[in-house]
Write a protein that binds this ligand. Sequence first.
Ligand SMILES: [Zn+2]
Length: 101
Amino acid sequence: MADHHATFVAIRAALLASYSGTLASTRMSPIEALECMAAALGSIYREVADAHLDPHGCRCGWVPSEMLDIVALEQAIAANAATDEVGDAFDLRSLLPVGHG
Ligand SMILES: [Zn+2]
């Protein structure tokens, strides 16, 4: 989906700017800065999921499925981070959640 790709490119650019800013303004190592970004993403998931579990929250109809959602997030990170050899070693396909939970 072209729209999906454009969104990916925009979010990637924003995260890369955040990463560069973190490296420039802290003594964090590259992996510490990336872990900080991953932690922030996880906490955003928690906030969004809570807003959809709240009866007075968002009414878009999405229902969080914590176990599958977190596996999907981890899988998205791993699939884009790993070289082919590492990806094969982890057999990422076995981590794909089935359906929409
Ligand atoms: Zn919603």
